[in-house]
Design a protein around this ligand. Structure first.
Ligand code: FMN
Length: 171
């Protein structure tokens, strides 16, 4: 069985425990890299053609607009030979209580019948929010496995949690 870690993540300005900071690597990307290393899965970044701003306040405005318009941002690329993957670890930050719109674009362009998805989210308090429900709707035919929810600002310390979750998902 071929495995893929597909993730959306944004570097730039974000909140870390009440403080704004610029980062080179986003929280979800950190978790995605841990999963790829532990499972040997291929890794793919879900990236929109027009990225959101690095500046936090501008990004929030852009995200809200896309959310209200139910936008489906165009993606930069697709995974090579997506058809080979039957287990997908799907990671995203919680944006406005659900997945970023680009993740919807990614999900809606594949046939999920018979595939298994293990979702993981990073957030600052809302956990998965509505995203697991939205995920089931967007991926008809997929089996959705147990999810992992990590507080984004604590991503660096999530190694043990991630390991435990992978062990459970592989049972
Ligand atoms: C535009 C935007 C909207 C967000 N909305 C929420 C939210 O509704 N609930 C929440 O708990 N966190 C929210 N967050 C916090 C992010 O989910 C959190 O910082 C996440 O770890 C960012 O992941 P990344 O660094 O991989 O992009 C939001 C962050 C941004 C930038």
């Amino acid at each position: 069985m071929a495995k893929l870690v597909a993730f959306y993540s944004r570097a730039g300005e974000n909140y870390f425990g009440g403080e704004k900071r610029y980062v080179e690597v986003g929280n979800t990307e950190k978790i995605a890299r841990m999963i790829a290393e532990l499972t040997g899965a291929d890794i793919f970044r879900i990236e929109q053609e027009l990225p959101y701003a690095a500046d936090y306040a501008t990004c929030v405005e852009q995200v809200k607009k896309d959310f209200l318009e139910k936008a489906r941002p165009k993606l930069l690329r697709e995974p090579e030979n997506m058809a080979q993957y039957d287990e997908i670890y799907l990671g995203f930050p919680n944006y406005c209580g659900t997945m970023p719109m680009a993740v919807f674009t990614f999900l809606e362009q594949s046939d999920w019948t018979g595939r298994k998805i293990y979702p993981f989210v990073t957030h600052e308090g809302s956990g998965f929010g509505r995203s697991e429900n939205d995920l089931s709707k967007a991926c008809e035919g997929a089996e959705i496995g147990r999810g992992l929810s990590v507080v984004g600002s604590r991503a660096d310390d999530a190694g043990a949690e991630v390991k435990k979750w992978i062990a459970l998902s592989e049972q």
